[in-house]
Design a protein around this ligand. Sequence first.
Ligand code: F0G
Length: 351
Amino acid sequence: MQNVGVIQRYREYLPALRDESIITLHEGSTPLIRAKRLEKYLNANAAIYLKYEGLNPTGSFKDRGMTMAISKAVDEGAKAVICASTGNTAASATAYAARAGLRCYVLVPKGNIAMGKLAQSMMHGAQVLQIDGLFDEALEIVRKITEEQKITLVNSVNPYRIEGQKSAAFEICDELKYAPDFHALPVGNAGNISAYWKGYREYFSTDKIKALPKMIGFQAEGSAPIVKNRQIDNPKTIATAIKIGNPASWRMAVAARDESGGLIEAVTDDEILHAYQLLASLEGVFCEPASAASVAGVLKLNKRKFFSNSSTIVCTLTGHGLKDPERAIESSDKPISVPADLTKILDAMGL
Ligand code: F0G
């Protein structure tokens, strides 16, 4: 069956759009992968699923929201769009804007964006502006620009982004035929946890599911404003995607946490990198470091016997591992150099 994209698949749950305005790269319908080796490793009597959002067209969950935001911009006659980004929003915005024939500007924090994401933004013909500053400053600047200029803001403060992103929750319920007991996510600017919660609530109120999940979000320890309940002026983490000190959707994320009876906690960079490597080596699933925060959080909670027996846990893996090849190479054993000689190769293989 052809993947028609998020808007066509869930149109009845989304704001109205004219057919000719729809800009899609056939995003969504990503795999929900049962992680049996991870379950065994955790010694958990729970079913763990990975929602592998790295398989969206630009390699992250952002495409779900971007198809909506860009289509709406087209519908409203916009000529240009802009966003601030730690990389993935930029990669997605530039791709969808290219497809729509819109001008696109992206502001990224210089030196704090993974190479793959920068390459994507540059390829799609957008104007890429690297600022000597943080994501939070970039977001403040693009908000000011769009107050004064006729340019559409496509960060997740644009409500259509959240509308599109909630489709991931629908897909999970459609596939499992129920909502999981727990839904684990990395939290950065806090749009995605808010979007999933909105999706689950809408399915609940239309009787598609009989119970709601507990939303469990994870921030990086050095970059955990929601956990610490204060803005972080100098956020630090190797997970550059979630290196954010003042999330735009802070209040919505706290509401998702509290209404669902969930939690938002911090995980260290070491815990993130451990989960990142485990996913690749145990499950064959390569995600970017920030994405692994969801699994790092589940590992941490599991140690304290947080999950009851036979729980279903879904972890969203927000972006593909190829986004950040430098981190992957740094985190792995180096390849062995050998001459092109059979005996020497067998010897190096230990055979
Ligand atoms: N994981 C990845 C891979 C991300 O790129 C982001 C956010 C998040 C998790 C957190 O999601 O912001 O909705 O809480 N990236 C944004 C960007 C900030 O600019 O690409 P969130």
